[in-house]
Design a protein around this ligand. Structure first.
Ligand SMILES: C[S@@+](CC[C@H](N)C(=O)[O-])C[C@H]1O[C@@H](n2cnc3c(N)ncnc32)[C@H](O)[C@@H]1O
Length: 331
């Protein structure tokens, strides 16, 4: 595998800090299992391979109803890391530091549709519904879809506590039924798009979004910036031991052939169950995004830096932006 300087632990620190994760290493505990150790200086850590082996040994084979009927986008396979991660995670999710910018993000989204309250909005990979709920509070009709039952359950609870009518449905963004229905589609904070295990699946999500949009409809999403791993330098990570977020990274590499980040995450769910997950996320360079969206009949594709809670068309994308903000308008 062709890798970047992210194999250097100092870069790993900086990377995880930007993502809101605390860097850690796995070390054996007394029972011969694995325990987390916050000190990166300690020796004798497990390798990525041993984490992988552990994961494969523990992952269950799961088949959804759709797959059993042969209708799904996937055939029989193991549960993916993003399914495991968001299982029983509805409560913990809302404490993550990267979900704290909802109001500012919705201000930007509203401005993009000219505050037109008649707009119908689809939130793909809505999670616990933070954007769906904020937009519904502002008077918009919103449909939120997600793969995770646990996050959807939390979204429904929050909407009902606030007396909001929002349609939250369990759906896979790779196989959506919507055709020319929405004025706006949002997919924020890696809501589905770059998380899929193949580039074809990620493209299928964009294709489904394009189909679901009305003519002149807008797609607004944030995704991982492929320029970041190419250009980021080795520096300033010393405060990386600060605890941020719930998940902890235990290894990281970036494959220049596939533009995929591979990392092992240690996470504890709402019930205190500990999980170790082997994650795989695709970074896209801006030109790829433009090309993919143009092939799907989007007439304009504008790409900016994405700052938490402060989306702006004035934020020129740079190599320092970990995420990019994309605004595309359909023909
Ligand atoms: C990082 S969360 C982002 C959630 C939300 N958009 C936010 O901003 O808080 C990614 C979400 O994408 C969902 N997801 C992943 N793959 C999906 C798929 N194929 N279809 C629908 N949702 C998916 C996950 O369950 C998770 O809720």
């Amino acid at each position: 595998m062709l890798k970047t300087h992210f194999e250097d632990e100092s870069n790993v620190h900086k990377w995880r800090k930007l993502r809101g994760y605390n860097s850690t290493r796995l070390t054996p505990d007394k029972e011969g299992g694995k325990a987390m150790e916050d000190d990166l200086e300690s020796s004798g850590g497990y390798t990525t391979c041993s984490v992988l082996a552990w994961l494969f040994a523990h992952q269950e084979c799961q088949e959804s109803e759709e797959e059993k009927e042969g209708k799904g986008a996937r055939t029989h396979q193991m549960k993916q890391w993003y399914e495991e991660l968001f299982e029983n995670y509805g409560m913990k999710y809302d404490n993550e530091n990267f979900v704290q910018g909802t109001i500012g993000e919705c201000d930007f989204i509203e401005k993009e549709i000219g505050h037109n309250k008649a707009a119908r909005i689809l939130d793909i990979g809505c999670g616990t519904g933070r954007h769906s709920i904020e937009l519904a509070k502002r008077g918009y009709k919103v449909v939120g879809i997600d793969l995770s039952e646990s996050l959807l359950k939390r979204a429904k609870e929050k909407a009902s506590e606030r007396n909001l009518q929002i349609v939250f449905e369990k759906r896979d963004a790779r196989s959506l039924p919507f055709l020319n229905e929405f004025n706006l589609i949002i997919m924020i904070c890696e809501g589905a798009f770059p998380l899929m295990e193949t580039d074809e699946m990620n493209f299928q999500i964009l294709r489904n979004a394009a189909k679901a949009l009305l003519p002149k409809g807008k797609l607004i999403f944030t995704t991982l910036n492929g320029l970041f791993p190419l250009y980021h330098s080795v520096k300033d990570f010393l405060d990386s031991k600060t605890k941020e977020g719930n998940a902890k990274c235990v290894s990281l590499s970036f494959d220049l052939m596939t533009f995929r980040e591979h990392s092992a995450l240690y996470v504890e769910d709402d019930f205190g169950n500990k999980k170790e997950l082997q994650c795989n996320e695709r970074y896209y360079v801006p030109a790829e995004i433009t090309w993919l969206l143009k092939t799907l009949n989007f007439k304009t594709v504008d790409i900016y830096g994405a700052k938490l809670g402060a989306f702006s068309r004035n934020d020129k994308l740079s190599t320092e932006d970990f995420e990019m903000l994309i605004i595309a308008e359909k023909q």
